[in-house]
Every structure is written in C-alpha cells, then in structure tokens.
Design a protein around this ligand. Structure first.
Ligand SMILES: [Zn+2]
Length: 493
C-alpha cells in the first residue's frame, strides 16, 4: 500500500461553503499576446488535417499553505478537469494530468497575485500546460476569496491560474483561460473593464483597440481579429442570463448580435459554451507551435462506481486501526477516498481526503468507539468524470486491554491470525489452579461459544473449534474468580 502524494488533509474546522462569485472576472492582460495570435492565424492555412484525439499534458498543481489549509477539495478539482475535457472534446483535444494531481504546500506561493507571494513560474513543469489552483488576490484587496479576478493566463510566464472557487462552480472559466493559453483574446477585446453605454455613440476605438463592426468589414483588424466571432462590447459582464437584448449598435449604427455562448466572452451563465471554428483552428495552430512532453495518457474510460468491501454496514472494527478495502474499478488508476463523521458527508465533518493508487487505504489512530463514514471516487489521469460511491460506515472498537489478573501469567492464541484451521489453541500459564469460563464473541458482541475449563498451576492448553467460524475478528475472554482477560482472534480464510 502506497499513498501517493502522501497528503492527509485533516480538517478540524468547518470549511465554509464557498460563496458563489457574483461574476467571473478574468485577469488576462488584454491584447498582450497579439503577435502570437497573428502567427497562429497565419499558420491556419498550413495546418495538417487532424484525425483522432490529441492528448495534451497538464500539470494540475493544487496549492495550499504550509499546514495544508486552503487546499481545494480534490473532488472539485476532478470535476473541473472533467469539465475542461468535456469542453474541448468537440475540438478533438483531451487533457491528461501528467504525473497525476500535484500538491504544493507552500505558503510562499499560496496567494497568487499577492505582492507578498512568489511567482508560480518557479513551480512550472516544463513542456506541460501548467494550471495552478489556489486563491487569487485581486489588487487592492487583502487576501483571496471568491470575488474580483478568479482566473487568468499569464502571457509572459505562460501559465494559467484559476481560483479554487471557480474551477467547479463556473464550468466555463477553466476552458476560457485555456483559450487564452492558446492565444485567443476575448471576443470583446478592448472593452475589458468597460460597460457599453447606449446613450453615447459607439466609438471606433476603445482603449486603443479598433471596435468591431457588425458587417464584418473590419473583423480582421478589429477586436479579437477573428471573423467568425461577432462584435461583443463586453455585454456579458454581470449578465444574469444567456440572451443579450440591449439593442447595442456598432460605430456605423448597425445592430450588433453577440455570440453569447462563446467561451471567450463573459456570458458565463449560458448552459453551454463553444469555440468558433476559426478559434478552434487557432487553438490547433498554437498546439502545433508548442513542444509538449511525450507522456503516456490513459485513454481508458473509468467504468462504474467503486464497490466498498470492508468495513461496511456499520460493522465494528477490532480497534482504531482500520484498512479500508474496495473492489478495483475498470479503467481507474487512482482513488479519492473521503472519510467523514457524518453519513451526509458534510464538509464540516470531514476527517480526511486521500488519493491512493491501490484499492485499499490504511487508517491508524482513529478515535475509538466512534462512527465513521467513507466513500471512494475512482479516476485516472485523463478521465475524471466520475462520482463517489455510495457511502459506507463502520464503528471503531474499544481498544481491548489485557487486564492483569492474579494467577494468570500469560495468555496466547495459536495460530492468530488463523487461516481456516479446524481449531485454535489457547496457551495459558497460571501460577495457581483457576476455574475459568472461556467465551468466544464475534465483533458485534454476540456470544458464539462458551465452555468451562480448569487451569492447573502451570502451562495449560485449551482448544476452541473454529472450522465453522466465518472470516472476521472475534474476542476471546477468559473469566475467572480473580477477573477476566481478553484477546483478539482473527480468522482470515
Ligand atoms: Zn479572459
């Protein structure tokens, strides 16, 4: 059993439900990458015909503070990665996590964009698409949080940063930032931080960038320079819906009709989004201009949910050290395990989340005599569109202590664990003659066998038939007039 990334996010405090962002705001500097865009537009005509799916390596880095606080919940990260792949499926592009989920617990990096933080460029893995999931600080504010800038692409450092509250809630945000990574500007380029004002004539330039006309007459030199994305004057900013009806006109007075569902606009409340055909070509031209590591993406789909096998149904475990087991899931190479105090898996009662690459997880030093609930989500480096299993539960046993009683010097069980032998032997050394009742209980506390035995003042052997006992843990008790001793017997068939 090996726990990869050996991260145990132990959360003793309630994780507040992330506040819904009022709107998505992207911090990619407008127009910073126009040379690359022009080069990609040029290269479209010489693109080779594509066939099959192109797999691109992503380094998905989850940032947290030194003590692990602030980490995104892995299921949000997996959901966000799933959405990203769904959003690029039509383009024949799929992303895979080169090296799996990557954790960086370093407070120096945690708050992205903060003047006190280090630049994540120092954490980049070369020749992969670097995505950092953390908290992004908006200039003028003290810390992170779900407001202001929630994602950006850095053209100078060539990485994408995405706020942890946006990865999952705003299904389009990560795809939007990847669009920037592949050199796409906003469809409303020039209008960043501006609101269209219908009471004023529409200008020919905003922020030094030519305003696009509705008749495509200047589409190759205006705004995003992409002719199959109609003019958009940042109509999506703050828009609660997906249908613009503001009657805006272009500088010539012609009505404009934006493409609300374009990934590179700001209408994030649309049910789905798309890239235009030319945007898709630009993305492919950009990919062709880059060098990526030659990894081995997992192309298998993860089929089905995890079937939890032990411990389940509220069964009582022998003590407070438990090894969780479940059946392997077809296509899965990793499992995310959540352990919670409540059956509702409420975030406030999270005990830990752990990722493993095997179908078992060893837990130690749980509280004794305590109920726990657990569930498992399978995934692989490419396919993360999966769900948790139904939850299962167990109760940790009392830690059984061998009570010293007068006259009993030692007490051993052979063999233990027993792999289905006909009987087991109790070896009891006594210093005096003792009348004893020997009892065998199952882990639920039900009496299974009982007989009386007299121990003489020396080494004694007593036999217990075990041929018909089911696999599991049992407690053996020896009761004497001086007190009782217990020990645990494991039948492992
Ligand atoms: Zn943007």
């Amino acid at each position: 059993m090996k726990v990869i990334n050996s991260l145990l996010a132990i959360c003793l405090f309630t994780l507040p439900a992330f506040a819904q962002p009022t709107h998505f705001e992207c911090g990619t500097p407008p127009g910073a990458d126009m040379e690359r865009l022009e080069a990609n537009l040029e290269a479209i005509s010489s693109l080779e015909a594509r066939s099959g799916v192109q797999y691109l390596p992503v380094t998905l880095t989850l940032l947290a503070n030194d003590d692990g606080t602030g980490l995104i919940s892995e299921d949000d990260a997996l959901d966000g990665f799933c959405r990203l792949n769904e959003n690029f499926e039509d383009l024949g592009i799929q992303f895979y996590m080169e090296g799996g989920l990557r954790y960086v617990l370093d407070s120096d990096f945690y708050l992205i964009n903060s003047p006190n933080s280090q630049n994540p460029i120092n954490l980049k893995i070369p020749n992969t698409i670097n995505i950092f999931v953390s908290e992004i600080v908006t200039q003028g504010s003290q810390g992170g949080g779900c407001f202001g800038i929630l994602g950006f692409y850095s053209p100078s450092s060539d990485y994408v940063a995405i706020d942890k509250c946006t990865v999952n809630d705003q299904s389009f945000a990560l795809a939007h930032e990847l669009g920037h990574f592949f050199s796409l500007p906003h469809t409303f380029l020039g209008w960043e931080n501006l609101n269209y004002d219908g009471s004023e004539p529409t200008p020919e330039f905003v922020n030094g960038i030519r305003v696009e006309h509705a008749d495509e007459s200047n589409c190759a030199i205006a705004a995003d320079r992409i002719c199959d994305t109609p003019p958009d004057y940042n109509f999506g900013l703050g828009s609660p819906g997906c249908n613009y009806s503001g009657n805006a006109v272009d500088p010539a007075g012609n009505p404009v009709d934006p493409d609300e569902m374009n990934f590179m606009g700001y209408f994030f409340n649309c049910p789905s989004h798309t890239f235009s055909p030319i945007q898709g070509d630009i993305i492919h031209a950009d990919i062709a201009s880059r060098t990526f590591v030659n990894g081995s993406p997992n192309m298998a789909t993860v089929n089905g949910a995890a079937n939890l096998t032990f411990p389940i149904g509220g069964e009582i475990t022998p003590d407070n050290n438990v090894t969780l087991t479940w059946d392997e899931v077809e296509g899965a190479t990793n499992y995310l395990i959540e352990i919670n105090r409540l059956a509702s898996f409420s975030p406030g009662f999270l005990i830990q989340r752990t990722v493993t690459n095997t179908n078992s997880l060893q837990l130690s030093d749980l509280l004794t005599d305590t109920n726990y609930h657990w569930r498992v989500r399978p995934f692989n480096d490419t396919h993360t569109c999966t769900d948790y299993s139904e939850g299962e539960s167990f109760k940790t046993g009392e830690v059984v202590s061998v009570v010293e009683i007068e006259g009993v010097e030692s007490f051993n069980i052979y063999p233990n664990p027993s792999s289905g032998a006909e009987e087991i032997l109790l070896e009891v050394n006594t210093s005096e003659t003792l009348e004893a009742a020997i009892e065998l209980y199952n882990i639920q506390g039900k009496l299974i066998r009982q007989f009386n035995h007299q121990f003489n003042g020396s080494s004694n052997l007593a036999r217990i038939k075990t041929a018909t006992l089911a696999q599991g843990t049992y407690i053996i008790t020896i009761q004497t007039e001086n007190g009782s001793v217990h020990d645990r017997l494991l039948i492992n068939r």
